[in-house]
Design a protein around this ligand. Structure first.
Ligand code: SF4
Length: 367
């Protein structure tokens, strides 16, 4: 299907997809372009598919972000977090500060620690392994969730070893799961505009496959709503679906809307003022319908806000992500709800739409 589907074509596509038809990139593109009340038909189908696949449980992980540094060599044009080391706002947390963050997380009884970092030009594989080791020392047993394919590539170059050796070194140091971040839009023409220094699509995919082949699970992500087209979004989903067919290593998709505040793309007039509510709803719903091999679609409540997150739970999503406690990456880009979402508040949002909340591990085992 190309172009705007008529009502009959839309109905047929949605019912076929519910019966197991594997959606094509053309079909997903046409759905992502809808801009009238038919978006609710797509959301409705996605919600039904969610119910059939994963039932009525909404999951969350009790986690805490620990920010290591915002010094970053990439300076992606959509990002308000990364800074050159000459910037007055640049920071690099000390070993004691990081250990303190981990001790706090332990007191809060989290099951996952998310180490967040820019791609610091001085960090090599040994440094990353050392930081992972500090977490492991302070809090054995917690899932250490960190590192993107781009950081792995950087460590490999800096340390003169292969990406596979870097991944194995991190596993040996205690890495639990990999962050599928840095994906942004897996279409090189878009990457050349929004994150020209980051690894290209083929390299991102290769490193993710390599990590999965070594037994690591990872998230998958997308950052939508900047300069890319609807087709680019659909192509991105297709790359993820292809990898998942081979490795089954993705635990979920985390759709991340572009936040424009303090970003070069917006300040130079190259991108709009962030993703719209229509984009958010449709992207969530189309992801559910397109990704027949990824069970979990997460809502990024820090970027979407709590109320709108609830609407995404009615449009194909089934996971509320983590408690986080703090998210400087989102706060720097103007996200004003990116702090802590208590399980009690998650429960209120969940019960309000007739669903039930359950705590999970990073790899989606219910606790
Ligand atoms: S998105 Fe990540 S790699 Fe890019 S500038 Fe921001 S922190 Fe650095």
């Amino acid at each position: 299907m190309n172009g705007d589907p008529n009502n009959t074509q839309l109905k047929t596509l949605l019912s076929d997809t519910l019966e197991g038809h594997r959606m094509t990139v053309d079909e997903a593109t046409s759905l992502l372009k809808l801009n009238d009340r038919r978006i609710f038909d797509v959301c409705d189908a996605a919600d039904e598919l969610r119910e059939r696949k994963v039932g009525d449980t909404v999951t969350y992980v009790r986690n805490q972000n620990v920010h290591v540094t915002n010094i970053c060599k990439n300076l992606c044009r959509f990002c308000a977090f990364g800074r050159p080391d000459s910037s007055p706002q640049a920071y690099l947390r000390s070993e004691e500060q990081i250990r303190e963050g981990i001790r706090l997380a332990k007191e809060r009884n989290v099951t996952e620690i998310c180490l967040l970092s820019g791609v610091n030009p001085d960090f090599d594989a040994r440094r990353y392994a050392q930081i992972i080791g500090w977490v492991h020392d302070e809090f054995p047993g917690v899932d250490i969730h960190t590192m993107s394919p781009d950081e792995i590539r950087h460590c490999a170059d800096k340390s003169g070893i292969s990406t596979k050796e870097v991944i194995q070194m991190m596993i040996d140091a205690g890495l639990g799961t990999l962050q599928g971040t840095g994906a942004e839009i897996l279409v090189d023409e878009v990457r050349d505009v929004i994150c020209p220094v980051k690894v290209k699509t083929a390299e991102w995919s290769r490193i993710i496959r390599e990590a999965h082949s070594l037994g690591l699970k990872s998230t998958s992500t997308i950052m939508y709503g900047s300069v890319e087209s609807e087709r680019d979004r659909a192509e991105h989903l297709n790359v993820l679906r292809g990898i998942q067919d081979e490795t089954h290593g993705f635990t979920e998709l985390v759709p991340l809307p572009y936040l424009h505040t303090n970003t070069e793309l917006y300040e130079k007039g190259l991108a709009p003022a962030g993703a719209t509510g229509r984009n958010d709803l449709l992207f969530c719903a189309v992801s559910r319908l397109f990704l027949d091999n990824i069970d979990n679609i997460q809502v990024s409540w820090g970027k979407l806000g709590k109320k709108f997150s609830q609407m995404l739970l009615l449009s194909g999503a089934n996971d509320l992500g983590g408690t986080m406690f703090t998210d400087e990456v989102t706060q720097d880009a103007g996200g004003n709800e990116a702090d802590y979402l208590s399980p009690a508040e998650m429960e209120r949002l969940t019960v309000d739409i007739g669903r039930k909340l359950r705590q999970r591990t990073t790899d989606y085992r219910l606790l």
